[in-house]
Ligand binder design. Sequence first.
Ligand code: SAM
Length: 298
Amino acid sequence: MTRTDGDSWDVTESVGQTALGVAMARADESASGCPLFSDPYARMFLDAAASRGWQPPAGPMAERIRMIGGYAASRTKWFDEFFIAAGAAGIQQFVILAAGLDARAWRLPWVDGSVIYEIDQPQVLEFKLETLRSHGAEPAARYVAVPVDLRHDWPKALRDSGFDATEPSAWSAEGLLPYLPAEAQDRLFERISELSAPGSRVAVEAFTADFFTEEHQAKRREQIAQMRHEAAEAGGDMPDPGSLWYIEERTDLVEWLSDHGFQVDTIGAVELMERYHRTPERDDATPPSQFITGIRQS
Ligand code: SAM
């Protein structure tokens, strides 16, 4: 799977499939004994995709999704809390970047007057909304789909959909950045900054600088090769999720946001999981990520 500048996808292919991978993790968490959240929509998406011929990951890939379950659940919970806190602070405009099959607009207790904008590829949002409609699911706040590629002029599409850049807003970038080239990531944050009135908030999941070191990449390649080998022995296939990523050194977001008037806070993946009493099964099951929040001061 090679990425190109203008590639696009349905939810069952290329980068689109990763949204189903995350939905799998959320469905598993929701069905667990003591879940950090309940997302009844995740299972609906998986069933709808299966009825279109999508085959859920099996073998080592399914095992990998299971192994990062604690990380995925902690991440979901952290972004849930971010949005709830932003609403409590008086923010009423919310932008979920690369929303995929995120069902927060349907499942969180939004404050009256909230409007949620979701940006993702047109076919991904189409699948999502069709599935939710067919189950009679109603959003818990005003919902606006903004089907546009994040490498294109999405600020125009967002404004044309009613977003008001003079009012504060809250933004999330969850499970997104590795799918953008480093330069597109820089442009993304420049645009978020331009659209963020004072008081706006941003929440981001980003790899730490460790992820980009040759040592980490070599270890990652070795792990994938091992998993591919196991999959082949079992007569299956194992795609490398990293083949969809742009593994390019990135701007330090903590520094960048601080330099652009945001008051920044950050927590590492391991610490975040500890907060929610989730223990990784293996050290290498936790992505080297950090979770960054910024509040626009001026
Ligand atoms: N944020 C969601 C979540 O955590 O459940 C989805 C994460 S999924 C790993 C990645 C999502 O990013 C997919 O839904 C994909 O379509 C979206 N995405 C990646 N690159 C994009 C782009 N250039 N424009 C729009 N959406 C993009």
